[in-house]
Design a protein around this ligand. Structure first.
Ligand SMILES: Nc1nc2c(ncn2[C@@H]2O[C@@H]3COP(=O)(O)O[C@H]4[C@@H](O)[C@H](n5cnc6c(=O)[nH]c(N)nc65)O[C@@H]4COP(=O)(O)O[C@H]3[C@H]2O)c(=O)[nH]1
Length: 539
């Protein structure tokens, strides 16, 4: 069979996955369905057992009540008046068939027998005798019919309990047994129900047992001295439709999950394939976001950020870079970015030796032995100083491994500045900065956002700045969007670099270059004005 299916699965792996997930889902559904069915079966059985217990209690109480009245009879023993009284009691008492008076172990009179010529003998020894003097005689053959009944007797009276007292409570597929006796002494007699129930399997309020496909519940009520056993063939309980429905639902969900997974994998794979194609066709672009000195808003650096528009859809870098990292393609992206930075910004960098571009790298770059050589070669060829290319690493990748620490050390030894990006979002045990040995930290925009608000995290900003200053680290505040935030950082006693929409959104290389040229022009003009200001002339 499997051999016959093998070629089908080979040509259609989807079918195999869907079949497998449907099977797993179905199996899960089956187990769950059975569990749910079992719990619902138990609930039904408990309800039934409780009904039996209530009924048994009322039957026993009725019989005991009848015995008490008979024993308190004010009439001469077995006189016509007393038999009349017994008949009245019987008339008032449900589930009792006969009430009699006893002397020397003989029934001298009763409601049914009247006053027979020949006395009817009670069984000699009562199998169960309770503390209050009540004797219980189960299965006594009756003198007037072929049936057997439970007889209760106390003092000089006896009451025959109707053998059909539980007939109305029979309910297939359940079977039951009612026991009566001394629970503490574990002495019981079965007074009703199916034979073969053995004795109660517990003296507590509830015990379950499942053996050979038979589910059984035992419960005892120590106040009334009654125990009820209910059992049934587990297969006959509940309905298989219920389990089948949940099994089918599980299988359907499993199959759906399988299809969803295939779809997800396909999208994932197709996204990766599209990314590879886009990189090969150089369809990804770079934008640059200015980094300024907040004191005078002069642009001192820019962060290169990658952009990917695929068939008119913008795919955020967070998404495709995370995916590229999983598939070992992150290094390719980093090199792409570096190449394009050199192409687009090379001349500006050569003209402005104090200007810096930062690029984002991933943990895998640091572990890649060819990474450093590739940067070195590219920069050397373009005559760009390593100091002009800053490396941004997220906290997560920096804290990741020993290799990261070594990678950072190598980059710094070549002259690159290393920035910890999104600082404060991850592993910001403030002490770990000392171990990492970086040049700057970029405080995550989540903290900048709290400036000027009541947010608790705002109190962390001075702490981060303090600690960075102690470690002689430059600070870049990310995500500055408002004048109030800018003013806050401007007012601090240490030098802060700022990045955010307030100073400029990420723009294309030509637009950044234009801004730099305007800035150069303004600076040159200022210098010129200063030089030509009256009183500053030479001589
Ligand atoms: N709300 C707000 N956002 C601001 C503001 N100023 C800048 N941003 C955004 O904040 C992100 C800063 O980049 P990042 O922290 O390095 O975070 C980057 C970086 O981790 C990663 N990424 C971007 N480009 C590259 C890349 O070329 N290589 C690698 N490995 N990762 C990159 O993707 C992340 C997201 O980049 P983007 O979507 O470009 O989002 C950028 C930028 O557009 C502001 O004032 N308000």
């Amino acid at each position: 069979m499997i051999d016959r299916l093998r070629p089908i699965f080979r040509t259609s792996p989807i079918l195999l996955v869907v079949l497998l997930t449907a099977l797993v889902g179905g199996a899960f559904g089956h187990v769950l369905g059975n569990r749910m069915r079992m719990s619902s079966d138990k609930e039904d059985m408990t309800t039934y057992s409780n009904q039996l217990m209530t009924h048994a209690t009322s039957v026993i109480n009725a019989a005991k009540g009848a015995l008490n009245i008979a024993n308190a009879s004010p009439y001469p023993f077995c006189s016509a008046a007393e038999i009349e009284l017994l008949r009245n009691i019987l008339f008032e008492t449900r589930n009792v068939k006969d009430i009699g008076r006893i002397r020397d172990g003989n029934v001298v009179c009763s409601t049914i027998l009247g006053k027979p010529d020949r006395h009817v003998r009670m069984p000699r020894a009562a199998p169960i005798e309770l503390a209050d003097g009540l004797k219980v005689y189960p299965d006594v053959p009756l003198a007037v019919s072929n049936t057997q009944a439970t007889i209760l007797s106390k003092a000089n009276s006896d009451a025959v309990i109707d053998p059909r007292a539980f007939d109305t409570l029979q309910e297939a597929p359940y079977r039951f047994a009612v026991f009566y006796g001394d629970i503490d002494a574990q002495r019981f007699g079965q007074i009703f129900g199916d034979k073969g129930a053995g004795s109660p399997q517990s003296s507590g309020p509830e015990a379950w047992d499942l053996q050979d496909g038979i589910l059984r519940r035992d419960s005892c009520d120590s106040r009334s001295g009654l125990c009820i056993a209910v059992w049934a063939d587990a297969d006959a309980l509940g309905t298989d439709n219920y389990v089948n429905a949940i099994t089918a639902l599980g299988a359907a969900l499993g199959a759906l999950g399988g299809l969803g997974w295939i779809d997800f994998r396909r999208r994932d794979q197709s996204l990766m394939a599209r990314l590879s194609r886009a990189l090969a066709r150089e369809e990804l672009t770079l934008v640059y976001q200015p980094v300024v000195d907040v004191a005078d808003e002069r642009i001192v650096a820019a962060e290169a950020l990658i952009r990917w528009w695929s068939n008119g859809d913008f795919i955020p870098p967070d998404v495709f870079i995370a995916l590229a990292e999983q598939r070992g393609m992150a290094g390719q992206i980093t090199r792409y970015v570096l190449d394009h930075v050199i192409q687009e910004m090379g001349e500006t960098l050569r003209l402005h030796r104090d200007f810096r571009i930062t690029i984002n790298v991933t943990a895998s770059d640091l572990n890649d032995p060819k990474f450093l050589a590739a940067i070195e070669e590219g920069l050397h060829y373009a005559q760009i100083e390593p100091e002009q290319i800053g490396i941004e690493l997220t906290e997560r990748s920096a804290a990741d491994s020993h290799a990261a620490i070594e990678g950072i050390a190598r980059l710094r030894a070549r002259g690159h500045s290393v920035y910890i990006d999104d600082f404060g979002t991850g592993y910001s045990s403030l002490s770990y900065l000392g171990e990492l040995k970086v040049d700057a930290l970029k405080m995550d925009r989540a903290f900048t956002r709290t400036v000027g608000t009541d947010a608790v995290t705002v109190s962390i900003v001075p702490q981060i700045i303090d600690m960075a200053t102690k470690h002689k680290l430059a600070i870049v505040a990310e995500g500055i969007e408002t004048e109030a935030q800018a003013a806050y950082f401007r007012g601090l006693p240490v030098r802060i670099l700022g990045q955010g929409w307030f100073y400029g959104r990420p723009v294309s290389a030509p637009r950044l270059i234009k801004r730099l040229e305007q800035q150069d022009g303004i600076i040159a003009l200022r210098k010129h004005r200063k030089k030509n200001r009256p009183g500053t002339q030479a001589g």
